[in-house]
Design a protein around this ligand. Structure first.
Ligand code: 2P0
Length: 322
């Protein structure tokens, strides 16, 4: 039996992905920019099994729900079609994201799965091809293939991959406020925004020029401009989400309090900017110098953890099992 193990880390977007132009191929309506972080990896083992009559998937040692296994199988189908192999596989994933970290697990999860599956089925993929494959599992997974800052391009299937971006040395302070499950999944919420919000076309158009500005800021090593864009774009995404029908709101009063505290820290001279994904927890983009004082100050509002730039997806073991 052929097996491979791969590891990948989550990413936090500075310019957000929120909306698709093609749901089947997971092509985004606009490009995005993120930081792959150096904490909470997912490690995934894919073992081909000649005798199996279906794929299996376990997460942290527990057999996954049917829907989750179907998403894993759908990605394996793409790999099998390219490899010309129809053998099913057993997939075992260990996620080190604590259930209370409030970080999305699908980016690291599908990035690790894509890397392990490609290796187990004998595909030699460069990082572009691996990013395109991971994208088919979950859009944000395309960015976790890449270390550190990564831009994920919009475009057709061939053009839509993530690649590294040089930029300022940054840290993030993750402020955990809630441990509850999100009320509406990102996938469903983005669809509702696209179908019902009158602001959606403006969101897509503005994200394009926002990304251009963020990439310029990276090129110029301009932390302040990158931070301002990060907070602005997060606020615009949450404004869009709140304009959906039926309405969706991920931020809580506690989240808003962290945004306010970050603004106060800035007024006091700290370099820090807030963002939030499809949930109440807030992530603060900051500099290596200000990470500690910012984290200390925000600790009264939630549990804080400082993270930095992390590695891209990597195969850490491969072999033939008897
Ligand atoms: C992002 N999010 O750019 C944005 C910001 C959440 C908020 O990418 O449908 O789980 O699997 O492609 O990748 C979450 O979206 O959605 C996400 P699918 P995914 O990080």
């Amino acid at each position: 039996m052929t097996r491979a193990v791969a590891r990948s880390h989550p990413n936090i977007a500075l310019v957000k992905y929120w909306g698709k132009q093609n749901e089947q191929l997971i092509l985004p309506a606009a490009g995005s920019l993120s930081l792959t972080i150096d904490a909470f990896p997912t490690t995934t083992e894919v073992t081909l099994d000649d005798r199996a009559t279906a794929d299996t998937f376990s997460l942290n040692g527990v057999p996954a729900a049917v829907g989750q296994t179907a998403r894993v199988s759908a990605l394996l189908d793409i790999v099998r079609a390219v490899a010309g192999v129809d053998t099913f596989a057993n997939v075992d994933s260990i996620s080190e994201i604590p259930t209370d970290a409030g970080l999305a697990s699908s980016a690291a999860g599908f990035s690790a799965l894509a890397a392990a599956a490609a290796a187990a089925y004998g595909l030699e993929l460069d990082s572009r091809a691996l990013s395109r494959l991971a994208r088919r599992g979950s859009g944000s997974a395309s960015r976790s293939v890449i270390p550190g800052l990564a831009v994920w391009h919009a475009g057709n299937d061939e053009e839509s991959f993530a690649e590294p971006v040089n930029g300022p040395d940054v840290r993030m302070v993750i402020v955990t406020l809630s441990t509850g499950a999100k009320p509406v999944s990102s996938r469903e919420a983005m669809r509702t925004c696209m179908l019902t919000s009158p602001f959606y076309p403006a969101w897509v158009a503005s994200t394009k020029w926002t990304l251009d500005g963020a990439l310029e800021a990276c090129r110029d090593n301009d932390f302040t401009r990158l931070g301002r864009i990060t907070e602005l774009h997060a606020n615009r995404m949450h404004a869009l989400i709140q304009s959906a029908d039926p309405p969706i709101r991920y931020l809580t009063p506690q989240s808003v309090a962290v945004f306010d505290a970050v603004a106060q820290l800035r007024a006091a001279g700290r370099s820090c900017y807030a963002t939030a994904d499809a949930g109440p927890n807030v992530v603060v983009l900051t500099t290596p110098e200000d990470a500690e004082p910012v984290a200390r100050h925000l600790a009264e509002l939630g549990e804080t953890r400082i993270v930095g730039a992390g590695p891209g997806a990597a195969v850490i073991e491969r072999g033939i099992e008897p």
